[in-house]
Design a protein around this ligand. Sequence first.
Ligand code: GLY
Length: 274
Amino acid sequence: MVYKKLGRAIVRSPGASFVAGLTRAKLGLPDYHRALRQHAAYCDALESCGLTLTRLEPDERFPDSTFVEDTAILISSRVSGPGSPCASAAPMAVMTRPGAPSRRGEGQSIAQTLTELGLETAAISTPGTVDGGDICETESHFFIGISERTNELGASQLADLLKSLGYISSFVDIRNLDAILHLKSGLAYLGDNRLVVIEALMTEAVFKGYELLAVENDEAYAANCVRVNDRVLVAAGFPRFERKLTDLGYKTLALEMNEFQKLDGGLSCLSLRF
Ligand code: GLY
């Protein structure tokens, strides 16, 4: 199996203000204490996959700040090869400019942390907007979702930056897909040239050349799964999708995510991994 080897993740526990986070999910208010327990289990899972965690203190000023993935895009150098994990490093981070004004300050402490960890940073500039949840990286390519959070200017700035670093990217316009907030709400890369895709995205021409693993509509939330070294983190409660993964030989780790789902958040949103 070919996948990118990961060594570290940045996480931030939810603060008490989490319950006031942005949502369009209509699943009710999250339970803060249950969210804390689910977050702790998520961190344990990352550690059990071999990652060293950089744990940031809750930031009460920003209710959505536990969703650290939206604040930065980590661009890794890569050496792929059949039969072995890809060697990877993260020489660069692009600090996003989140589409939701209430989230725009979240990145400051993340940028500082990334710099302390030795990463160079660039930034998306106004009036461009990008949320990290709209960016899906494969070994060779970046898919950039144009959404209610990531606008065309931000997407173009990011594509130009990626090009300057030798990467190619494609845009996926999800503005007419009410079911998903971010591209990665409906798309994940598993390694092995395999994408997990919700049914509404199955016919996107840009995914040609990849093997597509469909997630049925009634399990669509499960599409936001995360390959972490030799495991795939999946949301608990979606047995048909999890079975598809295990049938393909993946080792899954199922995690309760319903308190984060209430704020449109998924497994990928809770960490920055490199
Ligand atoms: N609640 C996560 C977001 O809307 O960005």
